[in-house]
Every structure is written in structure tokens, then in C-alpha cells.
Design a protein around this ligand. Structure first.
Ligand SMILES: NC(=O)c1ccc[n+]([C@@H]2O[C@H](COP(=O)([O-])OP(=O)(O)OC[C@H]3O[C@@H](n4cnc5c(N)ncnc54)[C@H](OP(=O)(O)O)[C@@H]3O)[C@@H](O)[C@H]2O)c1
Length: 253
């Protein structure tokens, strides 16, 4: 590519891995963040905020592609994505690559509904676009237990399985998509194994040397029924290779 690739959310869990991957492949990069440029950054930096629009035109200016990894973790993702689209439309229609979640149309969590709506904005943006949906990252599944570490009993979602995937594998796919022709909605990506939340929580505790009782909790409501039905799983796309056990072993090193 002749011009830089913009990575929104390039300071986040996924974004950092995308940045690393694109730099390794020798691409010119620009990272959008609300923070000011760190001294050591070996790429362009744009300080901006997708909630207010501040700094976004400077961030999208002259880029060939945008990998949109930023998230406000809530409803505001829709407006934030629209702001990015509007700015990209003013700056030469770069290829927009959007990361979404398997089951955004199956599990009725407010965040998933916002992701689905953001997907729809991308599809109707008039920009060349690609959307990749993946299952939960290992980091997120681990965090669901680690946030409870001070509690004597660890809650796990009863009847809910996860198919966690390694964030570096997702980043590699996004990096590949960003330098390829716009592909529309590409096949979902799921982790290599489907395991119960209880089992994953127990393994996390064992790997981090903690002895706790894991208590399966049945959470009422349509959203969690969606999880119990497995709406967020992609058994037919179990393409990830790094297992949760591999991830934990890597964290322990
Ligand atoms: N986590 C998962 O299991 C999972 C699974 C599938 C898909 N995804 C999707 O992957 C994406 C990245 O997730 P993640 O877990 O890597 O997120 P994360 O670690 O929480 O990172 C969020 C990023 O968004 C940026 N950001 C937040 N608010 C912003 C704003 N107002 N303006 C500009 N940037 C803003 C943050 O940058 P600064 O703080 O530097 O501004 C940060 O880099 C999300 O779209 C998520 O839905 C996640």
C-alpha cells in the first residue's frame, strides 16, 4: 500500500496485536487513540476521540485502509462508527475493515445490538468494506474469572460454553484483510475448542495457583438464554489453533 493504514483502538487488546502484525509486515501505520503520542511509537499517531469527532479528520486523512478496533464498550459504538465513516467519506473512501462478534444477531445484549447496528452502518456506508466476526478472545474469558479473584467463590455462567480464540490469530487475519480487496462479510473465526465456562474458569484458577470453588450461576433473561443456546459460538468455523491452555501457559511464562 502507498498510504498508511489507520488502526483505531490501536492501544487496545486487539488493536495492539494488529499494529504489531502490520508493522512486522512492513506497512506504514497510523494509530488513533484518545491518548497523546507515546515517545517510543515507531509509526504515525493521531490523537482523537470518536465520541466527539475531535481529531478524526486528521486521523483518516490520506489513508488507504482503516482497521476499526476502537470500542466504547457500549451503545455509543454506533455513533462512533458513523463518525468514522463520515470522516472516511470526506477523505477519499478508504477500505474499512470492521471487527465484530459472532452472534451479534443471536444474543440480545445491548452491546451486541450496538455492534450489529454498527455493522449495518458499515455495510451501507458507501465505503469499500470488510467485516470479520470472531468469538471471544482468551483474554476476555480469563478476565471474567480474574475480576472475581478477591471473592472466595467464583461465579461461572451455568449452561454457557465459550469458544475462545487467540487475539494474535484474529489480528493476523485482520492485517491480511486490510491489505486485500474489500471482501464484504468474510467467514466467521472461532477458537479451536468449545468448553463450558465452568471448566474454563477452573483451568484459569489452577493455572494461576488459586484454590476457589466455582459456582455455576443461571442468569435469567433473553440475552443469557441466547448464550445458553450457543448463539455466540461458531463450531463450523473452529479455525483458531491456540487453545485456552496454550494461552494460559503463555501468560505464565
Ligand atoms: N474482547 C473480545 O473477546 C472480542 C471478541 C470479538 C470482537 N471484539 C471486538 O474487538 C474490538 C476490540 O476489542 P478489545 O477487547 O481489543 O477492546 P479494548 O482493549 O477495550 O480497546 C478499546 C480501544 O478503543 C479505543 N477507544 C475507546 N473509546 C474511544 C474513543 N471515544 N475514541 C477513540 N478510541 C477509543 C481505546 O483507545 P484509547 O483508550 O487509547 O483512546 C482502545 O484502544 C471491539 O470492537 C470488540 O467488540 C472483541
Amino acid at each position: 500500500m502507498r498510504n498508511p493504514i489507520l488502526v483505531t483502538g490501536g492501544t487496545g487488546t486487539l488493536g495492539r496485536a494488529v499494529v504489531e502484525r502490520l508493522l512486522d509486515a512492513g506497512h506504514d501505520l497510523r494509530v488513533l487513540s484518545r491518548r497523546s503520542r507515546p515517545a517510543a511509537a515507531g509509526y504515525e499517531w493521531a490523537t482523537g476521540d470518536l465520541r466527539t469527532g475531535e481529531g478524526i479528520d486528521a486521523a483518516t486523512s490520506g489513508v488507504d485502509a482503516i482497521v476499526h478496533c476502537a470500542t466504547t464498550l457500549g451503545r455509543k459504538d454506533v455513533a462512533a462508527t458513523q463518525r468514522l465513516i463520515d470522516s472516511a467519506r470526506r477523505s477519499g473512501n478508504p477500505h474499512l475493515v470492521y471487527i465484530s462478534i459472532v452472534g451479534v444477531d443471536e444474543v440480545s445484549l445491548p452491546y451486541y445490538r450496538a455492534k450489529l447496528e454498527a455493522e449495518e452502518r458499515v455495510v451501507s456506508s458507501g465505503l469499500p468494506w470488510t467485516i470479520l466476526r470472531t468469538t471471544q478472545f482468551h483474554d476476555l474469558v480469563a478476565r471474567m474469572t480474574s475480576v472475581q479473584r478477591r471473592s472466595p467463590v467464583i461465579a461461572a455462567l451455568a449452561g454457557v460454553d465459550f469458544q475462545p480464540i487467540d487475539v494474535h490469530e484474529v489480528a493476523a487475519r485482520l492485517a491480511e484483510l486490510a491489505v486485500s480487496a474489500p471482501a464484504g462479510r468474510v467467514p466467521d473465526m472461532g477458537g479451536p475448542e468449545i468448553r463450558s465456562h465452568r471448566d474454563l474458569a477452573r483451568e484459569y484458577l489452577a493455572a494461576t495457583g488459586r484454590r476457589r470453588l466455582v459456582l455455576p450461576i443461571r442468569v435469567p433473561g433473553a440475552a443469557f438464554a441466547g448464550y445458553r443456546r450457543g448463539g455466540h459460538l461458531a463450531p463450523e468455523h473452529a479455525v483458531g489453533r491456540v487453545t485456552f491452555s496454550d494461552f494460559l501457559a503463555g501468560e505464565a511464562r
